[in-house]
Design a binder for this molecule. Structure first.
Ligand SMILES: Nc1ncnc2c1ncn2[C@@H]1O[C@H](COP(=O)(O)OP(=O)(O)O)[C@@H](O)[C@H]1O
Ligand SMILES: [Mg+2]
Length: 221
C-alpha cells in the first residue's frame, strides 16, 4: 500500500507543558524520514500520536487518505492492524510465541488462516536472514536477531507506514548497522513510508531526509 502522511497543526500538552505547538510533517509515499532530538522533546509521543495510541489536543493526522482524528477506538485498532507497523527499542516480541508465530501474528489478527500466515511469515523471516529460526523461541535469540524478528513482524502485513522508535538503541554498533540495513531494504522494497526516531547520526544516514525535533516543532537537520 502506498500513500502519503500528512500531520497538520499538531498540538499536544503533557503535564502542563506544550510539547508540540502546531507541528507539521508531510511525508511522500515511500519516503524514509529520520527524526533526531534531545531526550524528552517528545519523539516517542509524536510516534504514539501518529499511531493513534494517544490523542492530540489539536491538529489532524492523515495517512494514505485516512483521517485518523475522529475514528473511534475500534476503528483505530483496525486501521493500526492493517496499515501500521511498529518497531520498538525494546523489541516487544511476545516471549511465549515462537519466532514464526510472532511474525505471523499481524496476519492472523487481520484474519489470515494459520497455514497461509505461517508461510508468509516464513518468507518474511527469510528476507531478514532468519528463516532457520522460525521454530525457535525468542529467548534463544540475540538482541540483533530479536530486532530483525521485530522488523519482519512490522512489515509482514505490508503496512502503509512503519514507525520505529530508537530501533537500534539496545544494539551494539555491528548489529545496529545490520538491523538498519534490513529495515531500510525491506521498507523500500515494499514501498512503505518509514518514520524512524533515532539518537544516532549514523542510523539517520539510511534515511532520505533527517529532521530535528526541537521547541515543539520539526526542523530540517
Ligand atoms: N503519559 C505522560 N504523562 C506526563 N508526561 C509525559 C507522559 N509521557 C511522556 N511525558 C513527558 O513528555 C515529554 C516527552 O516524552 P517522550 O515523548 O517520551 O520524549 P522522547 O521520546 O523524545 O525522549 C517528556 O518530558 C516526558 O516526561
Ligand atoms: Mg523516546
Amino acid at each position: 500500500m502506498t500513500g502519503q502522511l500528512e500531520v497538520a497543526g499538531l498540538t499536544k500538552r503533557l503535564a502542563g507543558r506544550e510539547l508540540f505547538a502546531g507541528l507539521t510533517l508531510t511525508m511522500a509515499a515511500g519516503e524514509f524520514v529520520a527524526v533526531m532530538g534531545e531526550s524528552g522533546t517528545g519523539k516517542s509521543t509524536l510516534l504514539n500520536l501518529i499511531a493513534g495510541l494517544e490523542a492530540p489536543d489539536a491538529g489532524q493526522i492523515t495517512v494514505a487518505g485516512q483521517v485518523l482524528n475522529g475514528l473511534d477506538d475500534q476503528a483505530l485498532t483496525l486501521w493500526r492492524r492493517r496499515a501500521l507497523g511498529f518497531v520498538f527499542q525494546s523489541f516487544h516480541i511476545l516471549p511465549h510465541l515462537s519466532v514464526g508465530d510472532n511474525v505471523a501474528l499481524p496476519l492472523r489478527l487481520n484474519g489470515q488462516g494459520t497455514l497461509a500466515a505461517s508461510a508468509i511469515a516464513l518468507e518474511m523471516l527469510g528476507r531478514v536472514g532468519l528463516a532457520a529460526r522460525a521454530a525457535s523461541m525468542p529467548t534463544e535469540l540475540s538482541g540483533g536477531e530479536m530486532q530483525r524478528v521485530a522488523i519482519a513482524r512490522a512489515l509482514v502485513h505490508r503496512p502503509t507506514l512503519v514507525l520505529a522508535d530508537e530501533p537500534t538503541g539496545n544494539l551494539d554498533p555491528d548489529n545496529a548497522t545490520r538491523v538498519l540495513a534490513f529495515l531500510a531494504e525491506q521498507v523500500r522494497e515494499q514501498g512503505a513510508m518509514c518514520l524512524m526516531v533515532t539518537h544516532s547520526h549514523q542510523a539517520a544516514t539510511v534515511a532520505d531526509r533527517v529532521l530535528r525535533l526541537a521547541n515543539g516543532g520539526l526542523h530540517a537537520a
